[in-house]
Design a protein around this ligand. Structure first.
Ligand SMILES: NC(=O)c1ccc[n+]([C@@H]2O[C@H](COP(=O)([O-])OP(=O)(O)OC[C@H]3O[C@@H](n4cnc5c(N)ncnc54)[C@H](O)[C@@H]3O)[C@@H](O)[C@H]2O)c1
Length: 379
């Protein structure tokens, strides 16, 4: 059993559940240097915070996030609230000397992200941003294949993240369930919410993006804001497509929308190299598609690698070869890597500083769309 580490979770929604599950599971499967203790959970509504604490085993609950920061027994502050609150909470947590696990995107924009980086680096506290798709074993395997040189020179990186849940003009903005449509809470639409994932994975796989050319669209221009009770202009991007050039000379092609009827969360990428290509699809997340031109022509073709063997990333910690794992496990991997990084002094990524690079690309994509021009990313 590792040393106890008291967790203060802020936000008991979708991500609050995935992170709580990860803290509960991680020591059962991974040999980690700390044992997370679910100390306190914070959320806006008291009855929900209480029910969450009872269901997940938190010792206490509160509706005031500052109480979590002031609590000297808390070691880790886990930020699972809407994007407009990440900076204020993370900076306060850093100043109080807490380790921080913060949900993505890092911030509302790069300027705010820089303040967060300064705060955690000044306080020298452990910090990680929850770009969890890096920790799908097939996505980690893709990184290993690229780093090993199997693909050779990379020519193309293509990624999509498609959803269809905001097509109806009756979907409101604001409030607890639909804050993602309110620019004041979300900062942006699909760029910060969905493309940020694609950009994080892409730059992890393929290096920095140097310049971008983007187009965005807001298909439904006005929606009821449930916070104000008024019909108000929609300030977020409903869809975005961008082209880019990576520093290694390869070309990128990214698309995200919440208007692709029939798709709920279709995150896919394909990478084409000189010798080989790889492709991945979140709906089939335990498989990695691989094509190698060096194979003998009579057997050459796309192969579907079932990423379950013990020599594949993370898989020795789970069941037996042939039995796959799923979405929630990416957060268990994240918790394991975060805890191990805290003890080893080799922090798990992306740290706030690394996630700031994704934020810089997101800002540049939005600026490019607004100015209808190619823009260089300044990091
Ligand atoms: N890594 C991923 O794949 C992923 C997926 C979904 C969401 N996210 C990110 O996680 C964050 C939370 O998203 P979600 O889907 O869990 O949201 P959610 O709407 O399900 O939950 C938000 C939570 O924040 C709490 N909250 C809001 N304002 C608060 C305040 N002032 N004080 C205390 N608590 C407050 C609410 O009570 C609620 O519990 C966002 O930044 C989002 O971008 C990441």
């Amino acid at each position: 059993m590792g040393k106890p580490l008291n967790i203060g979770l802020i936000g008991y929604g979708f991500m609050g559940r995935t992170h709580s599950n990860a803290y509960s599971q991680v020591t059962h499967f991974f040999d980690v240097p700390y044992t997370p203790v679910l100390k306190t959970v914070c959320g806006l509504e008291e009855d929900k915070a209480k029910a969450f604490a009872e269901q997940w085993g938190y010792a206490s609950y509160t509706t005031d996030w500052r109480k979590v920061i002031e609590d000297e027994s808390i070691d880790v502050v886990d930020v699972c609230v809407p994007n407009n609150m990440h900076a204020e909470i993370a900076i306060a947590a850093a100043q109080a000397g807490k380790a921080i696990l913060c949900e993505k995107p890092l911030a509302m924009n790069a300027a705010q992200g820089r303040e967060m980086v300064q705060a955690v680096e000044k306080a020298k506290v452990a910090n990680l941003v929850s770009f969890n798709y890096r920790r799908v074993p097939a996505v980690t395997l893709a990184k290993q294949l690229i780093d090993s040189g199997r693909l050779g020179r990379i020519f193309h990186y293509r990624a999509n993240f498609l959803q269809d849940w905001t097509i109806s003009a009756k979907v409101p903005q604001g409030g607890m369930a639909t804050w993602r449509l309110d620019v004041k809470a979300a900062g942006s639409g699909v760029v910060g919410d969905l493309l940020a994932h694609c950009i994080d994975t892409a730059m992890w796989h393929n290096g920095r993006i140097g310049e971008v050319c983007a187009v965005t669209e807001t298909f439904v221009k006005e929606r009821l804001n449930v916070d104000t009770g008024k019909v108000e202009p929609v300030g977020i991007d409903d869809a975005c497509t961008f082209l880019c050039r990576f520093d290694n000379g390869s070309l990128g092609n990214f698309e995200s929308t919440r208007y692709a009827r029939g798709h709920k969360a279709l995150y896919t990428f394909e990478i084409n190299g000189e010798h080989a290509s790889i492709a991945w699809d979140l709906h089939d997340l335990h498989r990695l598609e691989y094509f190698d031109h060096r194979d003998e022509s009579i057997v050459r073709g796309w192969r579907s690698i079932h990423v379950t063997d013990a020599d594949m990333p993370y898989m020795d910690k789970w069941w037996v070869p042939g039995l796959q794992i799923g979405y929630e496990h990416t957060f268990v991997h994240q918790a394991a890597d975060f805890l191990s990084g805290m003890a080893s002094g080799k922090p798990a990524g992306p740290t706030f500083r690394e996630a700031l690079e994704t934020q810089c690309v997101c800002d540049t994509v939005l600026a490019s769309a607004a100015e209808r021009a190619w823009k260089k990313v300044s990091y």
